[in-house]
Design a binder for this molecule. Structure first.
Ligand code: HEC
Ligand code: HEC
Length: 241
């Protein structure tokens, strides 16, 4: 959806206030900022080597992503998630341009079962920590894939939840952590803009129902949202860029 310059200025101001109040509440986000003083360019994030940790090899990640590894029974990720992680159908999430630390964490969580999804649990079974880092380093360098909001009847509700939360239910503004543009905040807060609405709505339900229990922050938030609110905000987020 298109916004006039005034409206975007107003909404980003509101989101700015929301960010401040969230920081005052949690302190967790402040730590994330302390670790990442400036939003890093995708390439810089992929290269950042933590002392004592093996460096991620994006070229090896690309090979594994695109071809799999028959000798270990690793299916090519591209089969479902599409070339460069730009999945063409809502059945499979888009992975391109996602923060490397977030992607890496999800792969670990499928393996340790805190994110219970039968398909992906099978996919990561034989991946090593190094493979996960390599694939994540490759994906963050791929261009973000844009989307559009589809449901004009729920755009307003979706936007108001995303920008301002739902004060009466204690739901914080999504923009506070996922950023006003939906780009997320490296490295903890994932990119949302352009993601398939069906996928994000399903994740919100998985947080609420407890099949995805890898984030207490998101479980607390999802527990307060109705199905209709989840669908509205997910549709709105698909159009963010
Ligand atoms: C058979 C199809 C299929 C294949 C092949 C596949 N995936 Fe997935 N992937 C999925 C589905 C379905 C989901 C959504 C899971 C859910 O609902 O939690 C998913 C989710 C993910 C996510 C989470 C995305 C997010 O935004 O949190 C990551 C990361 C991921 N896959 C990486 C990979 C990698 C890396 C490979 C290759 C080793 C791979 N996938 C292979 C189907 C597939
Ligand atoms: C306090 C910070 C915070 C706020 C506010 C917040 N989120 Fe999140 N969100 C997170 C974190 C952290 C994750 C990643 C969890 C993980 O590590 O798996 C996440 C993940 C998600 C995911 C899963 C993305 C994926 O690719 O699978 C969705 C969907 C989501 N959030 C939607 C929302 C919506 C909608 C709102 C507003 C109603 C919201 N979030 C508000 C912190 C936040």
């Amino acid at each position: 959806m298109r916004q006039t310059p005034q409206i975007s200025k107003l909404t980003s101001l509101r989101a700015g206030f929301a960010v401040l109040s969230i920081f005052a509440l949690s302190g967790i986000a402040t730590q994330a900022f302390a670790a990442d003083p400036a939003p890093m360019a995708p390439a810089a994030e992929a290269k950042a080597a933590v002392p004592g940790k093996p460096k991620a090899d994006a070229a090896a990640g690309e090979a594994l992503y695109s071809n799999g590894d028959a000798s270990r029974g690793v299916t090519a990720c591209l089969t479902c998630h599409g070339p460069k992680g730009q999945s063409a159908t809502a059945t499979w999430p888009k992975l391109s341009a996602q923060h490397a630390a977030y992607t890496n964490k999800q792969l670990k969580n499928f393996k340790d079962g805190t994110r219970a999804n039968p398909v992906m649990m099978g996919m990561v079974a034989t991946l090593t920590d190094q493979d996960m880092q390599n694939i994540a380093a490759y994906l963050v360098k791929q261009p973000a894939s844009l989307g559009v909001a589809q449901n004009k009847d729920t755009i307003e509700l979706g936007q108001s939840i995303y920008r301002g939360g739902i004060a009466a239910k204690g739901v914080p503004a999504c923009a506070a952590c996922h950023s006003p543009t939906g780009a997320g905040i490296p490295s903890q807060y994932p990119r949302m803009g352009g993601q398939w609405a069906e996928y994000n709505a399903a994740q919100l339900m998985a947080f609420r129902e407890g099949t995805r229990k890898n984030s207490t922050q998101m479980t607390t938030i999802a527990t307060k949202l109705s199905d209709q609110e989840m669908k509205a905000v997910s549709d709105y987020m698909a159009g963010l860029h």
